[in-house]
Design a protein around this ligand. Structure first.
Ligand code: ZN
Length: 736
């Protein structure tokens, strides 16, 4: 009695004929559940089935409906359990859970969300608006859904007093727009999917919806224009007598609706927030209203997570302002002319009926085929999407120092909501507009360039942060697979930075991030299943039996499973205990677990240990800890040297690579281990330069007896040392 919509196009057509929809399907592109009466739909197992004798609601050409692929911000954070003996080694992965954002029924698959974009909010004639210069700082008006007020008091305070004002202020400083002189009144949503535009004003057929939503937020009446309607033939157009024109919004260029609802989407795959634009103005198609939903359960009030939350909200705002697959086709050049040719009848870009997004020109995004893309055991052809607008090209070439790079690579994974709406993670790892959060996100010049290339904004490049990932690494890095990069460099005996090839295993050996702001690990791990061919990046891996390489890859799938050094969090019984960033005092291990005498907080950096493990000795026993490799320590720049502080002692560094031998009594234990001096210039160079000084070079270290050394004094009775090896279990997860 019910039938799934067939995937095969020919069969689909036959089938649509049976239910009276033939001749419509080209117009619909998709057959959607919303095209039928509710009674004709059967829902089970997350799929929608349509009764064979179903009759469609209507058959109209939909010119105005577009699905926006709302972004979902997710995290790819890296977790390691705290030293807890007894836990067995395990690796936990979240499944490749992908957000899809469309309601249409295709082959019986139900996507979960459709957002309708309303075009044509009329602010004035294009020829007048276009003439305005883009010199006015962007003004964003925030509007809260009542769900925001229902947040816990501390969460509300954080969002309202810190996160939103700072995020909004950032973009108001970073972007300029043409002046909006007019009062903004948003269009009402129509009951029908078809609209008529008369005298630049949008008219619904017969009636407007009683409620107009922007994302999860109901747009207040005072923001809405009067309801204008025509009859089905476009005649008898008038203002609906029952509706009133709202006061509108003055002194703003963009209205940002914010909600904090624990929606289904929040529950899917650790989604932190999602956002999209919802209305565009008619003259130049600039998005004029947008929304974000912050998932309440993901809002953390911990100080060490503040920067992450702030960056997430900035990221979401940018999707609504222009960085979105549903807006690329509307981008304009600096003269206000469309970068993508428009349809003569509607003035809109052509719609890709299959994807339900407006198609962009190859002057905006171009497909590039990379031949000889190295993967395990050979080569493949890899097709990638490049953003090729002029400023993006310029900035990408400058960043990588690759003069023939076609543009900036867009993400190809993650499905709708992630693919194409972010930069490629492999290429721009911690750029804040990549598809998952991993570590220390920055908004770079390349992202500002994209906003400028929309034609709606000018960017203040002073607001960009330096991006070190990939900087100056050339075309070999920017245009070839990470396998190529790793093998080319390692065969020359050189560092494979920024990638790594050390499998996380027992005992856990940590490293430092490049900027030394965090203890970190190589995220190369064994996956449950062989990776897809295009993401197999190793022919051989140290300590991995031959033939099993296909299971190994970096934990971040959006980075094409290329392994790299990543911050992580320590976990105990599935609860996050502390992070690995040096600057937060909260990340200090408990005194009884602080075997390497680390010290987190302001003025703390990550320093490497030597190859030998740290040990603790009391008069009764010796214990050795099963993870080591690096730690956070306070330091000072003094006397033209770097000094590393351990417990109450200061250890001056005389040359890079110098091994400092540490023997310090603390908490009744003698802690023994070593720390390796980095170059003074890396840590203190800038500081000394400000003082008109520089680091001393080519010095010799004094003999070790000139350094502080504690001794363990025991009486004869106690001098019975039993050796205990503390087994530290490893457990890592890459939450998505
Ligand atoms: Zn995003």
């Amino acid at each position: 009695m019910s039938e799934r919509l067939p995937g095969d196009k020919d069969i689909l057509e036959l089938w649509l004929g049976k239910i009276g929809l033939s001749g419509c399907q080209y117009k619909y592109g998709f057959v959607c559940s919303k095209h039928f009466h509710e009674k004709d739909l059967l829902k089970f197992a997350n799929k929608i089935h349509l009764r064979k004798d179903a009759t469609p609601l209507q058959c109209v050409y939909n010119t105005e409906r577009t699905t926006t692929f709302g972004d979902s911000r997710k995290f790819d954070t890296f977790q390691v359990p705290e030293s807890n003996s007894g836990e067995s080694y395990q690796e936990i992965f979240d499944s490749e859970d992908i957000e899809i954002a469309a309601e249409c029924v295709v082959n019986g698959q139900m996507n979960n969300k459709v957002d309708e974009v309303i075009h044509g909010v009329h602010l004035g004639p294009a020829h007048i608006i276009r003439k305005r210069s883009i010199t006015n700082p962007l003004r964003i008006l925030l509007y809260y859904d009542e769900s925001v007020y229902r947040l816990d008091e501390d969460k509300f305070a954080l969002i309202n007093d810190t996160i939103l004002p700072e995020a909004v202020h950032f973009w108001e400083q970073a972007l300029m727009v043409r002046e909006t002189k007019e009062v903004i009144r948003l269009n009402r949503k129509c009951e029908s999917s078809q609209v008529f535009v008369k005298n630049s004003l949008t008219h619904c057929i017969d009636s407007c919806k009683s409620v107009t939503m922007c994302g999860e937020v109901q747009v207040p009446e005072k923001h809405l224009d009067v309801c204008r309607t025509c009859n089905a033939t476009g005649q008898d157009c008038k203002n609906d007598a029952n509706s009133v024109m709202g006061d509108g919004i003055e002194n703003a260029d963009f209205i940002f609706y914010v909600s904090a609802r624990q929606t289904d989407r929040c529950d899917k795959g650790l989604t932190v927030a999602y956002a999209a634009h919802c209305q565009q103005e008619s003259a130049l198609d600039r998005p004029i209203a947008g929304h974000a939903n912050l998932c309440p359960s993901s809002i953390s009030v911990k100080p060490q997570e503040l920067q992450t939350l702030l960056s997430t909200v900035k990221h979401e705002i940018l999707h609504a302002l222009g960085f979105s697959v549903s807006l690329y086709a509307f981008f304009r050049d600096e003269y206000g002319n469309p970068r993508t040719p428009r349809k003569p009848d509607t003035g809109k870009p052509y719609l890709d009926e299959k994807l339900q997004i407006h198609k962009w020109s190859t002057d905006t995004i171009r497909k590039v085929v990379r031949q000889h893309w190295a993967v395990r055991g050979g080569y493949i052809n890899r097709t990638i999407d490049m953003m090729v607008t002029p400023r993006v090209v310029e900035e990408a070439r400058k960043h990588f120092q690759c003069s023939h790079l076609e543009g900036a690579e867009l993400e190809d994974q993650g499905g709708e909501g992630t693919a194409l709406t972010h930069w490629e993670k492999r290429i721009l790892e911690n750029e804040a507009m990549t598809g998952t959060h991993t570590q220390s996100p920055v908004f770079s010049r390349i992202t500002l360039a994209l906003m400028e290339d929309s034609g709606w904004y000018k960017a203040n490049y002073n607001m960009a942060s330096p991006l070190s990932w990939g900087r100056g690494l050339g075309c070999a890095f920017a245009m070839q697979s990470c396998k190529d990069w790793i093998y080319a460099l390692s065969s020359k005996g050189r560092s494979i930075h920024p990638f790594c090839s050390k499998v996380k295993r027992d005992p856990l050996q940590t490293e430092c991030t490049d900027d030394r702001n965090s203890v970190a690990l190589c995220n190369l791990i064994r996956h449950d299943k062989p990776l897809p061919k295009e993401y197999q990046n190793f022919d051989t891996i140290q300590h991995v039996p031959s033939g099993e390489e296909e299971y190994y890859g970096g934990s971040v799938s959006l980075a094409d499973h290329c392994p790299y050094i990543q911050e992580f969090t320590w976990r105990s019984k599935n609860v996050v205990v502390r992070g690995s960033q040096c600057q937060f005092e909260d990340n200090n291990p408990k005194p009884e677990k602080n075997f390497a005498l680390e010290s987190y907080g302001a003025n703390s950096k990550c320093f490497d240990h030597t190859e030998s493990m740290w040990e603790e000795r009391s008069c009764r026993q010796t214990r050795e800890w099963q993870h080591w490799g690096s730690g956070c320590y306070k330091y000072k720049c003094e006397n033209r040297r770097l000094h590393i502080l351990v417990a109450n002692y200061s250890y001056p560094c005389y040359f890079p690579g110098q091994e400092l031998s540490i023997r310090v009594m603390s908490g009744g234990w003698l802690h023994r281990g070593s720390i390796v001096c980095p170059s003074c210039k890396d840590i203190c160079g800038d500081y000394f330069e400000q003082q008109g000084m520089e680091c001393r070079i080519r010095e010799e270290a004094p003999p070790s007896n000139k350094y502080p050394r504690d001794e363990l004094y025991c009486n004869a009775i106690n001098w019975k040392i039993s050796s205990v090896l503390l087994l530290v279990s490893l457990c890592i997860s890459f939450a998505r």
